[in-house]
Design a protein around this ligand. Structure first.
Ligand code: GP9
Ligand code: MN
Length: 422
């Protein structure tokens, strides 16, 4: 009941991350575009295959003066995969330990990005080249207050321009440009890519990039499909730059979750040149996060250790919106006071000193196993405390009882996603 939310509100308020005033509000009023990069893991950034960059466009963003690049972000997804990553980005809550929030809790009350930004005059839309019912998005988006959902119905799908879950990334971005041009500004838009999805196989006419040469085709194909996604992203930036929207748009690019499971450790150890111990496998859970703000100088920012849950308050603060009035489990990555105990969905955690994997402790720098002094126990409790409170919010639907100042709650009955021809 409402006492439960008060306890959680007090917990959140006792762990504040005040914004960094150097950046607070520096992107106020700008459009915001999130891009979910399917299965993109941090190891691929700046990786060279036979001397060739796999993701030259993203690599160039890591060196760009108007881009914050975070290379120490762990994915915090569970079984809901892409939808869990979307959920974390929009809500700054953790996904469920079992099952997908999108499927199991779509009727709950949320204070999600589209709703928060709506209170600041924004329109919101999601773009995706698969059908709207996948991951129950058409229900969950109603509770999060998405104004529009451009699903596969809005694109031209053929045998040649689709593979596994739907439209390939290049035609996807291409056909999205006229749709995004019609959105009233400022807008909050999310693009969910698909091409770099397991099993990563490419149609031969879509690529001239080489495969890796391990004896594992899944791993080998990943390099081709990651390269294809990188080209699609470059093309999208290029096309956006041709519009006058570009200079007033923030771009947030994030890897959704790891794509190469531990079934492929042997080939992956060839790729990274190290044995895949549990500690190294955890390093492979890192996903790249880029925040590109045209016109803003970014070069002195530090790449802090974080989780996906930390992205929302980072972006809200850039937009000049105080995240502390929301039930937000993240911690601004640009803040001096950024918190660096990062829970993973399975209860493991990472901190600058120590990493816990399956109840064992490792030195985060060296990866060596270490004994368990008392303060590590305290870290473990902190990580668990965050997950448990976030779980309680979902299980008891507690945001029903919480009324942040200046925020207009969403009535899901006001939202429907029906294509005009349906
Ligand atoms: C499907 C796409 C892929 O619409 O989001 O989902 P995943 O299997 O990665 O969760
Ligand atoms: Mn995915």
């Amino acid at each position: 009941d409402s006492n439960d939310i008060t306890e959680i509100e007090n917990y959140i308020k006792s762990h504040p991350t005040p914004p960094n005033m150097q950046y607070f509000g520096k992107a106020a009023g700008m459009n915001v575009i999130y891009i979910s990069m399917e299965s993109l893991q941090t190891f691929i950034i700046d990786y060279e295959l036979n001397g060739m960059e796999v993701t030259p466009f993203l690599n160039s963003l890591t060196r760009d003066n108007h881009t914050f690049y975070f290379d120490h972000i762990y994915n915090q997804t569970g079984q809901g995969k892409t939808s869990d990553a979307e959920f974390i980005m929009d809500n700054a809550l953790f996904p469920m330990a079992q099952g997908a929030v999108y499927v199991n809790k779509a009727q709950n009350t949320f204070h999600a990005m589209p709703a928060i930004l709506k209170s600041h005059g924004y329109t919101s839309a999601s773009f995706h080249g698969n059908y709207k019912t996948f991951w129950n998005r058409n229900e969950m988006y109603r509770s999060m207050g998405y104004d529009e959902f451009f699903d596969a119905e809005y694109y031209h799908l053929t045998d040649e321009n689709t593979k596994n879950y739907g439209l390939k990334d290049k035609p996807f971005f291409d056909e999205s440009i006229p749709l995004i041009k019609k959105l009233p500004e400022p807008f909050y838009a999310k693009f969910i890519t698909l091409s770099n999805h397991f099993p990563f196989k490419m149609d031969e006419w879509d690529t001239d990039f080489p495969m890796a040469e391990t004896n594992n085709n899944i791993v080998n194909q990943y390099f081709q499909s990651a390269h294809y996604m990188d080209e699609a992203l470059e093309q999208f930036f290029h096309d956006m730059k041709k519009t006058d929207m570009y200079n007033r748009t923030v771009f947030v690019l994030y890897g959704d979750h790891h794509g190469i499971s531990d079934n492929h450790n042997e080939a992956m150890s060839e790729i990274i040149g190290k044995e895949i111990t549990p500690f190294e496998f955890l390093q492979l859970q890192k996903v790249p996060v880029f925040i590109h703000v045209p016109g803003l100088e970014t070069e002195n920012a530090e790449s802090k250790l974080g989780g996906q849950v930390d992205v929302r308050s980072t972006v809200l603060h850039l937009l000049g919106i105080d995240s502390s009035k929301f039930i937000d489990f993240g911690s601004d990555l640009l803040s001096e006071g950024h918190r660096e105990i990062i829970p993973l969905r399975n209860g493991d955690f990472v901190s600058p000193q120590v990493t816990m994997i399956n109840e064992k402790f490792y030195d985060t720098e060296s990866g060596e196993l270490v004994e368990e002094p008392d303060d590590f126990k305290e870290f473990a409790e902190k990580a668990r405390g965050q997950l448990e409170r976030s779980d309680e919010v979902l299980q008891k639907d507690l945001l029903r009882f919480y009324k942040p100042k200046g925020f207009t709650p969403i009535d899901r009955e006001d939202y429907q996603y029906i294509h005009p021809d349906e």
